[in-house]
Write a protein that binds this ligand. Structure first.
Ligand code: NAD
Length: 272
């Protein structure tokens, strides 16, 4: 058996996107995994492009397709950093073919997550708005800090991303907010303040505020500020290379092999 025939067959949907191209490279560098196909949205100008060429590598002899159903049928796991609508359609295909689905797409609403959960009744789906090890550790630290401090400590979350990002606050900022809210034993939806403009009045005790910055090519920066009278704690994470997310996604796919159906998070994958 040649090396090309062993290991986990990994498909990449959205393979011409910023993350898609990075995933092609990282899967190719991972022992025990190999790129087995990729798709783009119907009508994409990248349809037919060689997957290796897309990633700045020598040609892989595999062309970008548009048939996600055929991709799910052919591979062991699919990595998905696309759009909420596309990821939900892909989750149904993952359920149909009982294949591992790793979803990094952000901008998912509560209904979207509920739909992912329904698909996860049939197969293992790992969903995380941030796949990096450092950020997932930060989530645990923030939950702990919020649990230890009373609501007299104001919690604010500041994030910055590149100018092309379409959703705000970032999925990671919201995950940090959820971790802080969980630490305090309240649902984020009831305490989140996502925008402030004009005469807002004084800050309401117990709220969790968000501030969104966009510009340049910033991969992702998050800071959680816990501010009290006379002192302040700042916990943060800076991503300088998209490869950290891609490595996390590949690690999640390998981890999910043989796992029972269910919706998993990165903390399951990383054992945090
Ligand atoms: P991008 O716009 O560069 O790439 C998305 C790609 O998906 C595009 O090429 C688009 O054509 C493709 N696509 C859309 N619909 C499709 C469909 N039906 N089938 C196949 N392909 C389809 O965006 P990006 O910067 O790569 O980010 C993608 C998503 O991943 C965003 O939601 C982003 O916030 C998220 N993200 C998550 C993490 C994480 O760690 N979880 C890290 C970075 C980015």
């Amino acid at each position: 058996m040649s090396d090309m025939t062993i290991g986990m067959k990994v498909g990449i949907v959205g393979c011409a996107g910023r993350m898609g191209r990075m995933l092609i490279r990282i899967v190719g560098e991972t022992d025990g995994a190999r790129v087995a196909g990729g798709t783009e949205r119907p009508g994409s100008e990248h349809a037919g492009a060689d997957l290796g060429t897309l990633a700045g590598l020598p040609p892989l002899g595999m062309r970008t397709g548009e048939d996600a159903d055929a991709l799910f049928a052919a591979v062991d796991a699919v990595l998905d950093f696309t759009t909420p609508k596309a990821s939900l359609a892909h989750a149904k295909l993952a359920a149909k073919h009982r294949k591992i689905h790793v979803v990094g797409t952000t901008g998912m609403g509560n209904d979207d997550v509920a739909a992912l959960k329904r698909a996860a009744a049939e197969t293992a789906i790992v969903f995380a708005p941030n796949m990096s090890l450092g950020l997932n550790l930060l989530l645990a630290l923030v939950e702990r800090a919020a649990h230890s401090l009373d609501a007299g400590w104001d919690i604010e979350i500041v994030e910055m991303h590149h100018r092309m990002k379409v959703d705000a606050p970032s999925g990671t900022a919201l995950a940090l907010g959820r971790a802080a809210a969980k630490g305090r034993g309240v649902p984020l939806d009831e305490v989140a303040v996502k925008t402030r403009d004009g005469v807002t009045g004084a800050r309401e005790t117990g709220t969790i505020g968000f501030a969104t910055l966009r510009g340049g090519d910033v991969v992702g920066e998050h800071r959680v500020i816990l501010a009290a009278d006379g002192e302040r704690i700042e916990l943060g994470h800076v991503a300088t290379d998209r490869a950290i997310f891609a490595r996390g996604a590949v690690r999640a796919a390998v981890w999910a092999k043989g796992k029972p159906a269910g919706l998993y998070a990165m903390k399951d994958v990383l054992g945090l």
